[in-house]
Structure formats: C-alpha cells, structure tokens
Design a protein around this ligand. Structure first.
Ligand code: SD4
Length: 326
C-alpha cells in the first residue's frame, strides 16, 4: 500500500514538474501529413487480434499512439499468449517480469522494465511518458508508480505457465530459442490518417532469464524507435543482440539515409549476423519490422519463421512471413 508520505512525495514531484510535462496535444507536431493512409503492423501471429483493436482507432481517424496502446493490450491481457503480460512464462525463479515501451511522433517516450504484478505495462509506460519528466522506471519503483496511478496488483503467473516452469526446472537448461512456438514480444508500429507515426513494444522477455534481466523491448532505440519525420521500427528475438547494435535506432537512421524499410531491416540483421561472437544456427533469432512515413514497410529476420501482421485498407489484417538471412 502506498503510504501518505510516499503519496505526498510523488504529488509534490509531479506538481513541481508539471510545467515540463508533455501532455497529449501539446508540443510541436512534426508530421501531421493529413490524408495519409493508415496502416498498422505488428510482430508474430498474435499481432492479428492486436492489429484489429488498433485498427478501430486508426479507422475512425484517431491517434496512432492510442491505436498502438489499445492494440498491444490485447496480447498483454490474453493468458494464452505465454510471452507477453498475463500468462507470460516466468524467469528462472518463477517471477513474471515485464518490459514495455511506447513512443509517439514527437520523440516523446516512456518505458517500464522488470515490472511485476501489473497486467498492462504498456499503459504504465504511457503514463511515465505523460506524467513524469522521465523516460524509464524499473522494478519496484515502476510497480509503486503503477499502484499510485491506480493500477491493480495482480498475480500474472497462470497455472499453465507455472506448469511449464516446473517442467523446465527438472533440467534447468538455458538456451533461448525463438520461433513460432515460442514467440515473444509484440512490437507494433502504426501510421494514422494525420500522418503521425507511433509505436509500442511489450513482452515478458526471454523465459528462464536471470531474475532482473532486462532485454531490448523497453529500451528506446533497441526494441522500439520512432522518428515522426522518418519512420518507425521494432524488433523481436534475442534482446542482447538487438541492444548491442542499437537495432531499431539503426533501422530508422538507415531509412533517414534513404534506404527502404526492407533494406534498412536487412542491413540491421546483417550487422547481427556479421558479429563474430554470434553462432548463427537455427535457434538464433533476431527480426526487425519497419514502417516509413509514407506507409511503406519491410521486415527481415535472421531465421525463417518470423511472422508479422499488417492491417490497412488494402491489406486486411494479413499474416506474412518475413524474408530471412538463413
Ligand atoms: C527479449 N526481445 O526480452 C525479447 C524477446 C523476444 O521474440 O522478442 N522474443 O529479449
């Protein structure tokens, strides 16, 4: 429970910083290209129902930020998705710890990492962006912030996830494997009819990770990056390898230099593959998904099997296989 002292502390902090806070509708809009064709893309097959939710916002002329938040909340709340939010597989000690971030068209961003017992980390990340002068809050501090903002404490470890964890504990082997059966993060990027690009990324991270491990997903420039004047990118796979190359920032910078989203994703994957420390076998996966301000998109992964979902007026929530290095 939040003590009175804690409450006063946070209220005073928020009050003092209020003039510096970015609030929806404030700040310079960088894109605002009216008449853009809305589109939303997201990673893996659970991107299909997530896109559907996001599309409701985009199709009614709403803000891409609202679309991506609403979209990724679907797998976050779905216990059958064992890699995002509620029902996610735990770390090796049996804790479900969540990472998420969100970014709008004006470089506003918010993130939470190593967050426990809160079902919708993406919405907490959004409040970090909108209600604090900070970008990233982690662990117990992120949990306290969420509670103060009115989120409920929930047990996220479902009996199904607990069963899989107990089975794993018999041998306790650790080799991350990312494929369609063990797919992880949802990364979602969207362009709205006002020409605004936004993105969200949320995950329970790699199962059986060391307690306290944080991957790429909540890190701006690794799991997600958006520049409203250029494009947006998100990633999936072994987070350490994405962080090492500042993966999504790299993809967006390559688009700024004139590469197509497809070419930019391919070059980022090449950087991962060229890294001599990586053993590129069939268990190794890193994938990128990118969208530019004109609504063109691309995807590329190290291994076959990376799927992503696309929803626009032309492509009605189609699941596609990305091209791959192997
Ligand atoms: C992580 N990138 O925590 C995430 C996991 C993931 O597909 O996306 N897997 O490293």
């Amino acid at each position: 429970m939040q003590s009175r002292r804690q409450f006063i502390k946070i209220s005073a902090l928020t009050g003092a910083l209020l003039p510096f806070l970015k609030v929806k509708g404030f700040g310079k809009s960088v894109s605002g290209r009216k008449g853009a064709k809305p589109i939303v893309l997201s990673t893996w097959h659970f991107g299909v129902p997530a896109n559907e939710e996001a599309w409701k916002v985009l199709n009614s002329g709403g803000w891409a930020l609202d679309a991506v938040e609403a979209g990724v909340r679907i797998p976050e709340g779905d216990p059958k998705v064992m890699s995002v939010g509620y029902g996610g597989l735990p770390d090796r000690d049996g804790h479900v710890t969540l990472d998420a971030c969100i970014m709008d068209e004006n470089l506003n961003c918010g993130s939470v990492a190593f967050l426990e017992n809160i079902m919708h980390p993406i919405s907490v990340a959004r409040l970090v962006m909108e209600k604090t002068p900070h970008i990233m809050i982690v662990g117990e501090g992120a949990y306290q912030f969420a509670i103060q903002q009115g989120f409920k404490k929930e047990n996220l470890l479902t009996p199904e996830a607990e069963k899989v964890w107990k089975e794993w504990m018999k041998n306790s082997g650790y080799k991350p494997k990312i494929d369609d059966a063990n797919h992880d993060t949802i990364g979602m990027i969207a362009l709205d009819s006002g020409g605004r690009l936004c993105g969200a990324c949320t995950t329970s991270g790699l199962s059986w990770k060391i307690h306290g491990r944080v991957g790429d997903s909540p890190i701006i420039g690794a799991g997600l990056y958006v520049d409203g004047e250029v494009g947006a990118a998100t990633s999936t796979g072994i987070g350490e390898e994405v962080i090492r190359i500042s993966g999504t920032h790299l993809v967006v910078e390559l688009m700024r230099q004139g590469r197509t989203p497809q070419e930019a994703c391919e070059e980022a994957v090449n950087r991962v593959v060229k890294n001599k420390r990586n053993k590129i076998d069939s268990d190794f996966q890193v994938g990128f998904l990118a969208l530019n301000k004109d609504g063109e998109y691309g995807a590329y992964a190290v291994n076959k099997g990376f799927q992503y979902a696309v929803y626009s007026k032309e492509e009605n929530n189609i699941l596609k296989d990305s091209k791959s290095h192997i």
